[in-house]
Ligand binder design. Structure first.
Ligand code: UDP
Length: 237
């Protein structure tokens, strides 16, 4: 059997990753394809924590005329919808999962309790962390960094629409150059769009490497845990 480079990972999926071509809402075929890849790494013995964004449904900044905190709470609720969709897709494949939310909704999911999350991971259940950090003015990238530190994940697998980190937007510029490796300070200094700066700083302070790769090919999740050279690795260098 293929051997994973990591024992425990934090997988961050943007909300858009679940939207597929539509760019909005949830495409269940796409969710199923992602779930199949997650199942492969679970079957390899990798313990998986996952954070899903909410951008396919709502982002705080969409509510320009709204009270910011209200708009952000709406975004956090959107992540719960996505987490439940991912949970359903995984359970359809026979993968054991738990959703833990940072805002209590006990009828729907468990509240986030770190020790309980650790126990689930040890039992090879995929733990999906929903409702962000539970605080407005944060992002799900910061949630992934925070929960990764809390569960002692060895790496954040940051699955994006773009297949790595570029010096400029590869959709706009043909000569955009992809980085293979970067350190945190370079990301912050160059203002590279990897994660928001709060999330990057949290990873830097806790020495958590971030592997940024494209989800255009869902098999990249398996390649990432096998340590194949894909995407861009952000670390202390
Ligand atoms: N959000 C928040 N606090 C958090 C995490 C998320 O307020 O700890 C809100 C914020 O409004 C954000 C939205 O939830 O825009 C959805 O998350 P995000 O934009 O990170 O999703 P993604 O871009 O990964 O799909």
């Amino acid at each position: 059997m293929d051997c994973s480079k990591y024992k425990r990972v934090m997988l961050k999926l943007s909300g858009e990753a679940l939207a597929g071509e539509n760019g909005y809402g949830i495409d269940f075929q796409v969710a199923k394809n992602i779930a199949k890849e997650i199942k492969k790494i679970v079957d390899m013995g990798v313990q998986v924590g996952a954070v899903v964004g909410g951008g396919n449904i709502w982002r705080g900044r969409n509510g320009a005329d709204m009270d910011r905190t209200t708009a952000d709470y709406m975004g956090m609720l959107a992540t719960c919808i996505n987490a439940m969709a991912l949970q359903d897709s995984l359970e359809n494949l026979g993968v054991n999962t738990r959703v833990q939310t940072a805002i209590e909704m006990r009828e729907v999911a468990e509240p986030f309790i770190r020790r309980r999350a650790m126990r689930h991971l040890e039992k090879n259940r995929v733990v999906i962390f929903a409702a962000g950090t539970g605080n407005p003015y944060f992002s799900t990238d910061t949630t992934a960094a925070l929960r990764a530190a809390e569960i002692e994940a060895e790496v954040i697998l940051l699955a994006k629409k773009v297949d790595g980190v570029y010096d400029k937007d590869p959709h706009k510029y043909n000569d955009a150059k992809k980085y293979k490796k970067l350190n945190y300070i370079e990301v912050l200094d160059k203002g590279l769009q990897v994660m928001d700066s709060t999330a990057t700083t949290l990873c830097m302070d806790n020495d958590i490497p971030i592997l940024v790769f494209g989800l255009d090919n869902p098999q990249n999740i398996v390649k990432a845990v096998l340590g194949e050279e894909i995407g861009t690795l952000v670390s202390k260098g």
